[in-house]
Design a protein around this ligand. Structure first.
Ligand code: X8Z
Ligand code: ZN
Length: 611
């Protein structure tokens, strides 16, 4: 999760190092062998040093995220600066081996050392220092941002949690609009810093032969960056018709609820009406668009409140699902060191994250848990990261990573697809579900508001950043380009005019935190593929949407084996071993939502869908 994660890559190297047989000598072989030996030693050194380095940057990052203040920011920036300098030294040494003949694991380790980075060091020490200062400051600003009617009076301030609650629960258009505007305005002053930060990252990326930072970010998928961009287009084209159908239906229902003055019958949906600050998850407006009102309650939040769930009980509940698959219990240190609730006495970064502090099992999550359905889902998501860490902790640090970053984001979500209405009823969170077509459509609608609504958002954030990095989106068009992409992909528009004095992209965590976002788009495709395979392994027949792998050790074993491979081989090989196919593909998404897509087609008859 930290941007310096590459230091924490593979572990299989101890093994590799000892196992390359020396073959019969030919002239010149001695040099070749010595070079190969040097390459292996460098990889070994990086692996050996990773634990301590990761422990230090992990500690600095953890404190900066759980005690936001000037001191912790300074320490995090300094630690990142040391990492960048170290990285520059190692990559300079690694350059000597660019054309060396080495075994495939050593080559892979070198590849990951370079391409596994979100940031590459600019050559000048001053630039490195400025870059890490900006990085720490952008992230801290997001974490502590508040909208205040009167800045002198703290009681008039609202933070992201409060503003998000308004977006999810209020049905008053004026209140919704104000909450949306208040949060987005907190990001405006970040524009200069972000612009400079992007420039410095590009300086680093270019130093190592990449066209720009976007080129670097696309290079990590075991295929060319160009092919990767085409792959994301292909996946998007598979799901786009279903998204368009959903947008159309939701627009109609919102129009019926709010009237023509708030939502037109055609065109874009105003951003403040979709139940979420960024319109990435529309499930909060389920009550407004429920296909068959009153059929089968899916009120998980109500169930959690009734059963007095708190942060620990929720986390234990999620852990229980993973252990039911045969995975280990969380270590004691997880419970001692995690931050599960929002502390009252200090600023913290509430955006949830999962950490592997030392690459040896000091795993934690940092979250501001509330007793609601969204928190339940997020804990499952975060524990997916944690179980991935635990599964590959024995690999050499350079290989301690996801098959690709989309896999890392998909694990917890895959498990969540097994939280079917049947399972939720079994654990007492909702009433026993009715077995009817109406109940099925209701359940599919609720999930589609989360999963299908997310897809265009998952794609557009990096579409925007790739443009910023390659210069096609200049700073004087940051905001207009953002809203062009929001319109093109999501079919949404801002509730009020947003000129270049605003910087709305930075109102989303991953922009100031510099976390690449295509991973979530991939994860939303992959999780259905993984779910389908695990269901097959569990021996269940019947439609995909009825399958739950809860308590199924066969599925768990298959899952755990895949997780244990980490990044030790190309993701194509990992998914091929897992599913028989070496591609990411959205056909499982389409299969899963077949009943809903047929239903939506009918509902949308007579509407002008699209925008
Ligand atoms: O950032 C996250 C996780 C941490 S990796 C909470 N997610 C994305 C988001 O919130 O925007 C999970 C879903 C998408
Ligand atoms: Zn995640």
């Amino acid at each position: 999760m930290t941007s310096m994660r590459w230091l924490a890559l593979p572990a299989a190297l101890a093994l590799l190092n000892g196992c390359t047989p020396s073959t019969s000598a030919a002239p010149g072989d001695k040099d070749t062998a010595a070079i190969a030996q040097g390459a292996r030693e460098l990889v070994q050194r990086v692996n050996d040093e990773s634990y301590e380095r990761q422990r230090e940057s992990g500690a600095a990052g953890w404190v900066a995220a759980t005690y936001i203040n000037d001191d912790s920011q300074l320490l995090a920036a300094k630690s990142q600066e040391r990492d960048l300098a170290y990285q520059a030294d190692i990559l300079a040494e690694a350059r000597r081996y660019t054309d060396a003949k080495v075994d495939k694991n050593t080559r892979r380790a070198f590849d990951l050392m370079l391409k596994g980075n979100t940031v590459l060091p600019p050559a000048r020490a001053d630039d490195q220092a400025e870059l890490t200062r900006l990085s720490a400051s952008l992230e801290a600003h997001y974490g502590s941002a508040k909208a205040c009617a009167d800045p002198a009076k703290p009681e008039t301030c609202r933070d992201l949690i409060e503003l998000s609650r308004v977006l999810a629960e209020s049905r008053d258009p004026a209140a919704l609009r104000q909450a949306w505007i208040d949060w987005h305005n907190t990001a405006s002053e970040q524009k200069q810093d972000f612009q400079r930060f992007a420039e410095l990252m590009n300086v680093g990326a270019r130093q190592y032969g990449f066209k720009d930072t976007g080129d670097l970010w696309r290079a990590r998928y075991d295929m060319s960056g160009e092919d990767f961009a085409l792959e994301t287009e292909r996946l998007w084209s598979q799901v786009q018709p279903l998204y368009t159908s959903l947008q159309c239906y939701v627009r109609t229902r919102l129009n019926q609820h709010y009237g023509d003055t708030e939502v037109a019958k055609t065109g874009l949906i105003p951003a403040h009406l979709l139940g979420n600050m960024w319109q990435q998850d529309w499930s909060a407006i389920y009550p407004l668009v429920e296909p068959y009102p009153g059929v089968a309650s899916l009120d998980v939040t109500g169930g959690l409140k009734k059963a007095s769930y708190d942060a620990v009980k929720l986390t234990r509940q999620a852990e229980g699902f993973y252990t039911s698959l045969g995975m280990p219990s969380l270590p004691q240190s997880f419970w001692q060191k995690s931050m599960l609730t929002k502390p009252a006495d200090r600023e913290v970064q509430c955006h949830a994250s999962a950490w592997d502090i030392d690459m040896k099992g000091d795993v934690r999550i940092k979250m501001c848990i509330e007793a609601d359905e969204e928190s339940l889902r997020t804990i499952y998501h975060e524990l997916g990261h944690v179980y991935y860490y635990l599964a590959y902790n024995d690999l050499p640090p350079l290989f301690q990573n996801g098959a690709n970053d989309g896999f890392h984001e998909a694990i917890g979500d895959t498990v969540l697809l097994s939280l079917t209405p049947g399972y939720l009823a079994q654990i007492g969170l909702i009433e026993a579900p009715q077995q009817s077509d109406e109940a099925l459509i209701n359940a599919q609608m609720k999930l589609a508001l989360e999963k299908i609504a997310f897809l265009p958002f998952g794609k557009l954030i990096d579409q925007w950043r790739w443009g910023v990095f390659d210069g096609s989106i200049a700073p004087d068009r940051y905001n207009s380009s953002w809203w062009e992409l929001k319109a093109r992909y999501q079919g949404v528009q801002p509730p009020v005019a947003r000129g270049e004095e605003f910087f709305d992209a930075a109102a989303k965590y991953h922009v100031p935190a510099n976390t690449p976002y295509t991973r979530y788009f991939l994860a939303h495709v992959l999780q259905f593929q993984l779910h389908r395979e695990l269901c097959r392994a569990s021996g269940q027949q019947g439609p995909l949407h009825t399958c739950s792998i809860f308590d199924n050790k066969k599925a768990g074993e298959k899952f755990w084996a895949m997780l244990g491979k980490g990044a030790s081989q190309p993701w194509q090989q990992t998914i091929k071993e897992f599913s028989g196919s070496d591609k990411m593909d959205a056909d499982a998404v389409i299969e899963y939502f077949k009943p809903l897509s047929v239903w939506l087609e009918k509902q949308n008859q007579g509407q002008h869908c699209g925008w």
